[in-house]
Design a protein around this ligand. Structure first.
Ligand SMILES: [Zn+2]
Ligand SMILES: [Zn+2]
Length: 270
């Protein structure tokens, strides 16, 4: 994983935030506003815009962008205040000393794609090798807020699984069966097995995504992935898989117009 440095999005190289050499864990945030992913350059402009907004915020008196790290829908990890600094996003001084903060570039519409979750797991691993403990919280675990939204909160509750890992629940890359327990949601189940909600719905002929019941047995579809090579296009990749369109691949991976893919990206094939 390559950390995108502050200079890449126009911030001074080092954050003026006080140091925080260790903390109990990581707190996850979302944008909480309408935001549509586009080209990766737009992610960097969004981050620069957030810093500008935070510096102008006289109520909170931020001295820098409030987050330690930012993760974008392309799965990239972007340096905010950076490692071993006290963040300012968790709600109060106690909460900011308790955990580092990571912002997911996720708006209120649509869910986190696999690459975003992969990036969040990368960001957490990076923080953990730089002083963060094993705890994982959503912003709303500390204060009353809609942040980080229901889907990221489900991912937090599931322990922050990396897409493609079984998360200790069996299944994994080869598919399998999951018996629904109290509190399960399709999103949490999908995150746990590294598949998409759309794949779960298709594999089980589910008509109403809200209507799964305790004890119901769900087929977990096997997971196919493709690693992007230089020169690949979505339509070129789609021709390798019978019955799969490039639009389905784009949607399964939360890729939107202008449909940018990067060598090394791992795409889920629906
Ligand atoms: Zn938040
Ligand atoms: Zn991006």
């Amino acid at each position: 994983m390559e950390l995108i440095r502050r200079s890449a999005w126009g911030a001074p190289a080092t954050s003026p935030a006080p140091s925080l050499l260790s903390a109990q864990g990581v707190t996850v945030h979302w944008l909480g506003a309408a935001w549509t992913p586009g080209a990766h350059s737009a992610c960097l402009s969004t981050v620069a815009g957030i810093r500008k907004q935070h510096l102008a915020d006289k109520v909170n008196g931020y001295l820098d962008i409030a987050y330690n790290l930012i993760v974008c829908p392309h799965g990239r990890v972007i340096e905010g205040r950076g490692l071993q600094r006290r963040g300012g996003a968790n709600g109060n001084a106690t909460l900011n000393a308790r955990s580092y903060s990571v912002l997911a570039l996720l708006g209120t519409k649509g869910g986190p794609g696999e690459q975003l979750l992969q990036g969040l797991a990368d960001a957490r691993a990076l923080l953990r090798s730089n002083g963060a403990g094993a705890k994982l919280w959503g912003h709303s675990d500390g204060i009353s807020t809609a942040c980080p939204g229901p889907q990221l909160l489900a991912w937090v509750r599931a322990g922050g699984p990396r897409p493609g890992n079984s998360g200790g629940g069996g299944g994994g890359g080869g598919g399998g069966v999951h018996t629904v327990v109290r509190g399960d949601t399709l999103f949490a189940i999908a995150a746990r097995y590294g598949v998409t909600v759309a794949q779960l719905v298709a594999a089980n002929g589910i008509k109403d995504a809200g209507a799964i019941s305790i004890g119901q047995r769900l087929t977990i579809p096997g997971r196919r992935t493709y690693t992007v090579r230089s020169g690949d296009t979505l339509s070129g990749i789609a021709t390798r898989y019978a019955g799969v369109t490039w639009q389905q691949i784009a949607s399964a991976n939360n890729i939107r117009s202008p449909y940018v893919i990067h060598p090394g990206d791992t795409l889920t094939i629906p």
